[in-house]
Design a protein around this ligand. Structure first.
Ligand code: CIR
Length: 252
């Protein structure tokens, strides 16, 4: 059965890192939104495994940044934000019985929000959080799994997946001006609506449907026009802390 690994939201989430577009999140509302997100995953056929919240790590709900699953390997990251490095061990322990554990470590920095795999290629962002050594480490693991690797410099947003959101096995939604689009050859591109800049994120599900952020309806309409089936989900308080739909779960 497919599994969704999540991590609960601590009270300290109000002190999560917020970038220039962010604001302190409302913790109670964030928990209610997180519960609905979890319910949607469960209704979509995922077995939920939720790690306990860690008050010492305000950003721990963003579990995606702590691990990159590539084939049979779980590559445990070394997060670019030093305050997040204590988040990784419970995730490694949770996955050790199901995956071969690999590590990224200094001088590499790596956030899972910078990596996605579609078909036989893995794209890895070089960003505020992932440095070239981190991208190289992803490349080693991906090539060991028979995948090609495409490094992508990212500007103006936190992670690659803030700039390029996979919505199915061949389609991505791109925020214009954040990446060199020639690095996305072979993918079908949809552009984030200019009035919804930095609001769209997505989580493709095994049902064939795709969760999308509720505050980007015009971008969702473009997906529907191309035959995808978007499900709007309100995660305003996750977005307040620079997150989106992908970063609060690891699906495998
Ligand atoms: C951070 O700055 O690290 C968190 N406040 C947000 C992380 C979001 N992660 C993601 O989109 N993969």
């Amino acid at each position: 059965m497919a599994t969704a690994l999540l991590r609960s939201i601590p009270e300290s989430f109000r002190d999560a890192i917020t970038g220039e577009r962010g604001r302190p999140p409302d913790v109670e509302l964030a928990r209610a939104q997180h519960a609905r997100y979890r319910d949607h995953l469960e209704a979509s056929g995922y077995a939920i495994e939720a790690l306990a919240a860690d008050e010492a790590h305000p950003d721990c709900v963003f579990v995606e940044d702590t691990v990159v699953i590539i084939g049979s390997v779980a590559l445990i990251t070394w997060p670019g934000a030093p305050s997040r490095r204590g988040e990784i061990e419970p995730v490694a322990a949770a996955l050790a019985d199901r995956f071969e554990i690999a590590r990224a470590g200094a001088p590499a920095t790596l956030d899972g929000g910078d990596v996605f795999t579609l078909g036989n290629r893995t794209w890895v962002g070089i960003s505020q959080r992932t440095n070239p050594e981190g991208a190289q480490r992803v490349g080693e693991v991906a090539s060991g799994q028979g995948l090609g690797v495409v490094p992508v410099p990212v500007t103006g947003v936190l992670h690659l997946k803030s700039a390029v959101s996979p919505v199915d096995e061949e389609t991505v939604v791109v925020t214009p001006g954040t990446v060199d689009e020639s690095l996305l050859t072979g993918l079908r591109l949809i552009y984030e609506d200019p009035g919804e800049r930095h609001r769209f994120s997505a989580l493709p599900l095994r049902t064939g449907r795709v969760m999308v952020t509720a505050n980007a309806p015009r971008t969702a309409d473009q997906l529907a026009a191309k035959g995808l089936e978007p499900i709007p989900i309100d995660v305003s308080e996750i977005q307040a802390a620079d997150g989106g739909l992908t970063c609060i779960s690891v699906l495998f």
